[in-house]
Design a protein around this ligand. Sequence first.
Ligand code: FEO
Ligand code: CA
Ligand code: CA
Ligand code: CA
Length: 674
Amino acid sequence: MAPLRTHAWSYIVANQKDSTLFGNGDELPSNSSNNPHIHELIEGIGRRQVITGGAALGILAFLGAPLLPRTTEASQAAGLPRRQERLLFNAVPVTRADTVTVPEGFKASAFIPWGTPITGTYPTFLDDASNTARDQGEQTGMHHDGMHFFPIDAQNGKGRDSSHGLLVVNHEYIDAPLLHKNGPTVVNGKRVNANEVRKEINAHGVSIVEIRRTINGQWEVVPSARNRRITAATPMQIHGPARGHKLMVTRHSPDGTSARGTHNNCSNGFTPWGTYLTCEENWAGYFATKDTELPRELSRYGVSSTSRYGWETLAGDEFERFDATRKSSDAGGDYRNEPTTFGWIVEIDPFNPDSTPIKRTALGRFAHEGVIFAPTRSGKPVVCYSGDDSRNEYIYKYVSRDKYRPGSRNTDSLLDEGTLYAARFNADGSGEWLALDIADPAFRSACDTAGVSFADQGEVLINTRLAADVAGATKMDRPEWGAVHPDTGDVYFTLTNNTSRKEPDAANPRQNNAYGHIIRWREESRDYAGRRFKWSLFLLAGPQSDSQGPNGQPLTADNILASPDGLWFDNEGHLWIQTDMSGSQQTDGPFGNNQMLVADLKSGEMKRFLVGPVGCEVTGITATPDFRTLFVNIQHPGEGSTPNNLLSTWPNGSGKRPRAATVIITREDGRKIL
Ligand code: FEO
Ligand code: CA
Ligand code: CA
Ligand code: CA
């Protein structure tokens, strides 16, 4: 989500005094641990050399040394074609046009915008946003984010169908002024219209949409029993070590095994066995508590006395659950633990509309941006990575206990039984994965030293951030998406920005890091499961005067960017980078609207491929197996709009409310995208 949001709320209700309601959805930093910064660990690279701005580039000559090529036998075995050596299109210039701009020779068209009917009675979207809460529960949600295309023949893993499949899309959050005909009704800082809040709840979550390419090459929604809306109220199961934990007990689930809904679903992932993973990012802001002494599982995540949308201010169990205040003598009588049922990765079987989504607690609880799997091999553990997108938080890795068996339907244990690690980036280019495991001697010793105790592994995972503090992980500049190179297995992660970084370190080399960077690493063990890696910096985002591209040179007019966020490798090893620049970065800086670039790692080339409409974020990317159709999401076009002041009218044009949408990109000659 954009780092800063300012909304024009004055028109809503004269009585509204509470400026925190609906305000900035970004999390404030909540990591007050004393974890050392890198330069404190290695005195040789000290404060004198790690300084702000362009001068930071000096150290990167050492840190940015490319990782040595790994054998390409994996890609050859997989029958992958040889990579393109060059990017054969003209870069899109920086622009502030209210449209999606792609290079000459490519086409882009909006698809399944917010409010598209996909299930139930297929209610038509009404331009004045007067659709009901129930309608919204049968239409695509608001603010598309991470997504994945599952070929229709992918029920048991990898499919090949490139003209028919399930498009599964996250809906990260809502802009209430645009969701309702006249904006939300707020009286004395409280919500008073239950149906408005129900519509907001239904505009969150995930859409599963069966889509097909017609004979003339257009994609269309298939009216299908598989189409489904998952919302912030859909029943979910809790699995893994925190299932049944006393800190998961709520009035709704006295045995701590179930929960309602998923929200703030940012980036995503997908498993080797054909399921979708949606990630709960800035969930903490959906809760409020009046308690003054907060337990660590709330305070370390920034749960506070006010919520973002004020859902908890309405009466009734469906709303009161967002109030985490202790009201009863025990946890089974209130919702003090409702926030601990969020912050997880949720597994969804997109091919079974009757399946219950599962919160996988073994993968940790934090502001999950997304999740990306390392290449899986039969007989080896499953390994995946996830970033905690908040300032000064950590990057994590999960390694399953059990081995992956392709084709096996018994995948439950792979995401329930395993070890979670947090990353420590040493200044000499080495790195370590620190186990957050109560059975691990080093972790137990660190807990003893820190004077921190956990009763069991469930409590460790519920307090993942604290566990990583204790283990000594490296505070990062807001970890966002990860991507794994299909040939080399190198893992890339975006670090979007961190304007609260006061002390640079080797892995986060800029003070007050407004532009962000991309880090990468290579595991020492071939199965990705080991504890050691080597890392380097891939990109320092920024203007020409303060940046370093993949070729080691400053960025140019063809590729300047800031706040890298979305990240994805196509099968041929091109790295696609999407930006989430703040409103002021887009209007005041040299970067124009948010954009998507593509890098060829072999040549070091990087070019801007797409620029989004005014006030949007470009996020979410997936493709058909034949790579002739590329899907990209446009989130919150016209951010800050009100019904009477539309800052963007994409995609429907003059006078129409802006709508988040998927963009379908093809080549005019119908060939592969790159
Ligand atoms: Fe929802 Fe970290 O972006
Ligand atoms: Ca972001
Ligand atoms: Ca994001
Ligand atoms: Ca976002």
